[in-house]
Design a protein around this ligand. Structure first.
Ligand code: GLP
Length: 264
C-alpha cells in the first residue's frame, strides 16, 4: 500500500521498466482504462529521458471490443496506441491486440493464445481492477480455467466504459455505441504470466480489492484468482486499501522486505 494514486503508478512503472532493463525481449500483457494512464506516462518519460527501450519487447493488449474497427476512438487498440505505443520504440509488429473484427472470432482467440506462446509466454501481466472485481474483460463468473475468448459485458462494465464512447454514436439517434461483446485474454492466460501486477486506487475500488485479496476464491470475483499466482503483486493507495482486514500486516511485510525482494 502506498499513500497516493500517483505513487501506485510510479511503483508499477518502476517494476515494468526494471523488467525491461533486465529482459529487453520481455512479453507484456497490458490493460486500458484510467488506472494505467499515469503508468504509461511514466514509461514514456523514462523512454524519453532515461533510454528505456521497448524495441525488443512484445506487447499483448488484454482485451478489445468486438465489431469495432481497429482505429475506433473508443477501442482499446487505439487507447494503447495513444497512451504508450506511439510514444516509444515498440515496433508495430510487436504490438498485438485481439482481433475483434475477425470473421471467425474463436479462431482469432486461438491465434492470440498461440502468439503469446510464440513470444515465449507472458513475463508480466499488468492489470487494472473493475469495480465488480473483473480483470481484463473477465466478467464475474468467468472460469479460472479460461483462455482468450468472447465475453458478454455486464451493464455495469458497459456503463463504466461509456465515457470512452461519449459522442461517438455512429448508428443513428438513440443508438447505444458501447459494444456488448469483447474478446479478452482468459484468467488462465493471466495466471500463466510469470508475474502479475495489479494496480488499483480510489475508494470505488476498495470493496473489490478486499474481496480479491482476502475473500474466498470465487468465480464471482475474477481477480481473486490472483491468490493462486506464485508471483502476484498488488499495489493500492490508502483509499483502495480501506476494506482490507490485515492492512497493518501488509504494511509490515512491505516495510521489512529484504533488499533482494524489492523491485519497485
Ligand atoms: C475495463 C478494462 C479492464 C480495466 C477495467 C478498470 O473493463 N477491460 O482491463 O482494468 O476496465 O478500468 P479503470 O482502470 O478505468 O478503473
Amino acid at each position: 500500500m502506498v499513500p497516493t494514486a500517483d505513487e501506485t503508478c510510479l511503483r508499477a512503472a518502476r517494476i515494468v521498466s526494471r523488467l525491461l532493463r533486465a529482459k529487453p525481449e520481455a512479453a507484456l500483457a497490458l490493460p486500458t482504462g484510467s488506472t494505467p494512464r499515469a503508468i504509461y506516462a511514466e514509461l514514456v518519460r523514462q523512454h524519453r529521458d532515461e533510454g528505456l527501450s521497448f524495441a525488443r519487447a512484445t506487447a499483448f493488449n488484454l482485451d478489445e471490443y468486438v465489431g469495432i474497427r481497429p482505429d475506433h476512438p473508443g477501442g482499446f487498440r487505439r487507447a494503447l496506441q495513444e497512451a504508450l505505443y506511439r510514444h516509444v520504440d515498440l515496433p508495430d509488429a510487436q504490438a498485438h491486440a485481439p482481433d475483434g473484427q475477425a470473421a471467425d472470432l474463436a479462431d482469432a482467440c486461438a491465434r492470440y493464445e498461440a502468439a503469446i506462446v510464440a513470444a515465449g509466454g507472458l513475463d508480466l501481466a499488468l492489470l487494472g481492477l473493475g469495480i465488480d472485481g473483473h480483470i481484463a474483460f473477465n466478467e464475474p463468473t468467468s472460469s479460472f480455467g479460461s483462455r482468450t475468448r468472447l465475453k458478454t459485458l455486464t451493464d455495469e462494465t458497459r456503463a463504466a466504459n461509456r465515457p470512452m464512447f461519449a459522442g461517438l454514436a455512429v448508428s443513428g439517434a438513440g443508438a447505444e455505441p458501447v459494444p456488448h461483446h469483447a474478446l479478452t485474454v482468459g484468467i488462465a492466460t493471466i495466471l500463466s504470466a510469470r508475474r502479475c501486477l495489479l494496480v488499483a486506487f480510489g475508494a470505488a475500488k476498495a470493496s473489490a480489492v478486499a474481496k480479491m485479496v482476502e475473500g474466498p476464491l470465487a468465480a464471482l470475483v475474477p481477480a481473486s484468482a490472483l491468490q493462486l499466482h506464485p508471483h502476484a503483486t498488488v499495489i493500492v493507495d490508502e483509499a483502495a486499501a480501506e476494506g482490507l482486514a490485515l492492512r497493518s500486516y501488509y504494511d509490515a511485510v512491505a516495510a521489512s522486505k529484504p533488499a533482494w525482494q524489492r523491485d519497485d
